[in-house]
Design a protein around this ligand. Structure first.
Ligand code: PEP
Ligand code: MN
Length: 350
């Protein structure tokens, strides 16, 4: 249930309405917008409470919400969430480009790629130190040492970082070394992990499970939000369909749908979404045209010798840089901005 207040309502009155709601054993969540304020009620609200609220001073309407997720829904929070971290605003008018290798392989490799990401205009360095591999004998990632190499490389060039965390026990250490944390497709419904991520403040990029519906995905986000971390981004990374030509089917429709259903920023991953390098550029632009707030893209200077199988979907550095230049032109058409001009000088200065 949500309570929509009248435009003219004062903060003091909102406080009184919240106190009234919470006296009934449910929690109230206030979301202040420019034209109206919405008070979401979390917990099972008595129908009598709805009637009482409807007749209270300052209340415009009381609406029942049947969705199982609340904090993630736009009904509860009508304005877009903008996540602010180290001067970067995700979900606002800035397009965010996260680039880097599938996996951190060595200090030299991550340093070189960090430089290339920065020089192209990207703001965030991606790279996995813990890799969720389909087979147990495949390379599983460098581990904590890789987190440190990535942090050093990112700091050298003034980039933020994002890395995957696979288990609740590793959340704290990953949160210490990385600005943002990624939940991989295979872990979207690892509820213990999601609950643990609710206890940190680092922004979390929640990838869509490759067979998850929008509803399941938003409920997974709800676990993190309900745990107390409001900084969640939703990442469309392709789903499994009958088509085998591509590794996955990038569901572009998810981007506008999730924007309708939720206030959280939406990021697209055209690398895992297609699994094919030659499709990454086109699908990156398509995702931005569809309203994505950012992209997460694999890039490697020597993809054929990369340590995971994802070299086939990694862009070469010149392709990544060319894509960034095109994104700079495309972004204003969808109300965003992306600036490559100042990047090279900053990168060289470091
Ligand atoms: C990755 O980003 O390298 C990765 C493993 O992604 P996903 O969870 O989408 O497969
Ligand atoms: Mn990968």
């Amino acid at each position: 249930m949500i309570v929509v207040t009248k435009n003219s309502v004062t903060d003091e009155r909102i406080g009184e309405i919240v106190a009234f709601i919470e006296k009934h054993g449910v929690k109230a969540h206030v979301s202040r917008g420019t034209d109206r304020t919405v008070i979401g009620i979390i917990g099972k609200a008595d129908p009598v409470l709805a009637e009482q609220l409807r007749s209270m001073k300052g209340v415009e309407d009381v609406i029942r919400i049947s969705k199982s997720y609340k904090l993630a829904s736009r009904d509860f929070h009508p304005e877009n969430t903008v996540i602010e971290i180290k001067g970067l605003r995700i979900g606002g008018d800035e397009l965010v480009v996260m680039g880097g290798p599938c996996a951190v392989e060595s200090p030299e490799q991550i340093d070189k790629i960090a430089y290339l990401v920065k020089a192209a205009g990207g703001q965030v360095l991606r790279g996995g130190a813990f890799k969720p591999r389909t087979g147990p004998y495949s390379f599983q990632g460098i581990g904590v040492e890789g987190l440190k190499w990535m942090r050093e490389a990112a700091d050298r060039y003034g980039l933020l970082t994002i890395t995957e965390v696979m288990t609740p026990e590793y959340v704290e250490i990953c949160a210490r070394y990385s600005d943002m944390l990624q939940v991989g497709t295979r872990n979207m419904q690892n509820f213990d992990l999601l609950r643990k991520l609710g206890t940190v403040k680092n922004p979390v990029l929640l990838k869509r499970g490759f067979s998850a519906t929008y509803d399941e995905w938003l409920n997974a986000a709800e676990y993190i939000l309900a745990g107390g971390n409001p900084n969640v981004m939703l990442c469309e990374r392709g789903i499994r369909t009958f088509e085998t030509y591509t590794r996955n089917t990038l569901d572009l429709t998810a981007i506008p749908v999730i924007h309708q259903l939720s206030h959280l920023p939406v990021i697209a991953d055209p690398s895992h979404g297609t699994g094919r390098r030659e499709l990454v550029e086109t699908m990156s632009k398509a995702a931005v045209a569809a309203g994505a707030d950012g992209l997460i893209i694999e890039m490697h200077y020597d993809p054929d010798n990369s340590m995971t199988g994802d070299g086939v979907q990694s862009l070469f550095p010149d392709q990544f840089a060319a894509l960034c230049r095109d994104l700079e032109k495309l972004a204003p058409l969808v109300g965003k901005r992306f600036d490559t001009a100042k990047a090279p000088a900053e990168a060289f200065a470091s």
